[in-house]
Ligand binder design. Structure first.
Ligand code: ZN
Length: 147
């Protein structure tokens, strides 16, 4: 994706948003050469992925929803939004490369957790507290002891 000002080919992504109407991703980018910002629209031919929740109900995969959970876990951890976008991109790539179009919500949480674990342990624990549904403090202690 070349910079529209100087033609440099490397830029970092500051923010991504899905646009369902146009089936594209709008990305706010900053050129690594001249530092100017621009917006790109990338059309995506994505396979719709369905998330199966614990109660068996199904929902279309929602990147924004996943992002909200991850952003919350990363609050005040000095993690850049572009890093979070990368995490989301990687998870989406994983989902797109699956052989089925369905993913269990628990599996999705595991994908987010393994990415967070590599990134920041506090963010990892926070995310786990919300999404792992520990039944009791013993389970929680066991989980924490594995850190
Ligand atoms: Zn540039």
């Amino acid at each position: 994706m070349k910079c529209i000002y100087c033609g440099h080919s490397e830029s970092k992504v500051l923010d991504s948003r899905n646009s369902d109407e146009t089936n594209s991703i709008r990305r706010r980018r900053e050129c690594l050469n001249c530092g100017r910002r621009f917006t790109t629209y990338e059309s995506v031919e994505r396979v719709p992925v369905v998330v199966i929740k614990k109660d068996g109900s199904k929902q279309p995969f929602d990147r924004e929803k996943l992002k909200r959970g991850i952003v919350k876990a990363c609050e005040k951890r000095n993690i850049k939004m572009e890093t979070i976008e990368e995490v989301l991109d990687n998870i989406e790539k994983r989902l797109q490369s699956m052989t089925t179009q369905e993913v269990a919500s628990t599996r999705l949480a595991e994908l987010a957790l393994s990415a967070l674990k590599a990134l920041d342990e506090i963010a990892y624990v926070r995310y786990a507290l919300v999404y792992k549904n520990f039944d009791n403090t013993f389970e929680l202690k066991t989980f924490l002891s594995l850190l």
